[in-house]
Ligand binder design. Structure first.
Ligand SMILES: NC(=O)c1ccc[n+]([C@@H]2O[C@H](COP(=O)([O-])OP(=O)(O)OC[C@H]3O[C@@H](n4cnc5c(N)ncnc54)[C@H](OP(=O)(O)O)[C@@H]3O)[C@@H](O)[C@H]2O)c1
Length: 340
């Protein structure tokens, strides 16, 4: 049994980790932490879990936490993980960080949109945990930077085509929509019921932090700098994320050519499902509470305009499900364990 702990277990991503890990047959969830709910049973914070766990939230104490764990999930706001993780690694823990702190290769790109980084030396050590793309590197990793939710939708749709040179590297547009849980559980005006309900709007047009994360990965995959036009939107639903991506194919590829590219790239990747039937494109409803990423595609006849549609549950494949998938790969456990 792998002994697992979660730091920040009462946020939306942390709670989703609890939901998945208490059903994981090869894991024992030994400790969960929270400042606000220290001493409170997890089911008092999330009554929907009543009868499923008797875990009690604990204050984070480094030594006690380390004694109880082999693998650690940090589900904290960015900036906090970079302070804790170096010490966890020194104690021989394997760490999966759900924040942005260890997602980047380039320190300047991180610091331009977040803040000064205090553990830059770990950029050489951390692996970007996009499981379907980096599986081999994840196997040997001790630190995973779990991808952002928007990047998961966009990167899984674009990387197979970029690798084959089937799409132009200029003028890629990602029009993305997120459910409100994507913003976390902390109170904020934009996510109040009366602000979000019956509303639908774009936000952070002038620069969402996920854009440089995507550009770094896309540029590496393409071998040339890629500037992405990324427009996120807030949708009045609890969970779910869908990106519609507009791009241009480099030759007159048919839909069958596009499908073959995806089928070959994802042939032994159990969580990517293809939607070749244009009459039934991906829907956030089909992926709710699952670790799947559903990808559809369409080329308008007589043009080279390719439309890709990619849907996930932001809390599962976009956060905690992918984090558990990363743990499975790191620990030599079947990738799908606990996630079906
Ligand atoms: N929500 C998503 O869809 C999603 C998707 C991908 C990645 N992520 C990433 O996952 C991480 C967690 O996101 P979330 O949505 O779960 O956020 P959240 O709902 O706001 O939860 C944050 C968690 O961190 C703890 N925390 C907050 N401030 C802290 C502090 N100063 N010191 C220690 N603990 C603190 C909170 O509990 P206490 O205050 O009780 O300690 C809570 O458990 C973030 O880095 C986020 O970017 C989220």
């Amino acid at each position: 049994m792998v002994r697992v702990g979660i730091i920040g277990a009462t946020g939306y991503a942390g709670a989703e980790l609890v939901r998945i890990l208490i059903n994981h047959p090869e894991v024992k969830l030994t400790t969960i932490t929270s400042r606000q709910y220290a001493g409170v049973s997890f089911t008092d914070v999330y009554p929907a879990m009543s009868g499923l766990t008797d875990l009690v939230c604990e204050e984070f104490h480094f030594d006690t936490f380390c004694e109880k764990t082999d693998v650690v999930f940090t589900a904290l706001p960015h900036k906090l993980p970079m302070e804790i993780i170096p010490k966890l690694l020194n104690k021989g823990k394997k760490v999966i960080d759900l924040s942005a702190d260890f997602r980047f290769d380039n320190v300047d790109a991180y610091e331009a949109v977040y803040q000064a980084h205090t553990a830059k030396d770990l950029f050489k050590v951390s692996v970007y945990g996009l499981c379907e793309v980096n599986r081999d590197a994840i196997r040997h990793a001790s630190l995973i930077g779990n991808p952002g939710c928007y990047p998961t939708t966009v990167l899984l749709a674009l990387i197979p085509l970029l690798r084959e040179g089937m799409i132009e590297t200029t003028q890629i547009i990602a029009d993305s929509k997120s459910g409100v849980s994507g913003a976390g559980r902390s109170l904020a005006l934009a996510t109040h019921f009366c602000e979000a309900n019956e509303a639908f709007k774009a936000y952070k047009l002038d620069g969402h932090r996920h854009c440089p994360e995507m550009e770094e990965v896309l540029s590496k995959e393409a071998g040339t700098p890629i500037s992405l036009t990324f427009v996120p939107h807030l949708l009045p639903m609890n969970r779910g994320m869908l990106s519609t991506i507009y791009t241009t194919i480099t030759q007159d590829y048919s839909l069958t050519d596009i499908r073959h590219c995806f089928e070959s790239f994802y042939k032994d990747r159990p969580f990517v499902r293809l939607y070749p039937d244009v009459k039934r494109p991906p829907d956030v409803k089909y992926v709710q509470y699952t670790n799947n990423c559903d990808i559809g595609f369409y080329v308008k006849p007589g043009t080279r305009r390719l439309v890709l549609i990619s849907a996930i549950d932001n809390l599962v494949k976009g956060a905690s499900g992918q984090a558990v998938q990363n743990m499975n790969i790191m620990m030599g456990i079947d990738e799908t364990t606990g996630l079906r």
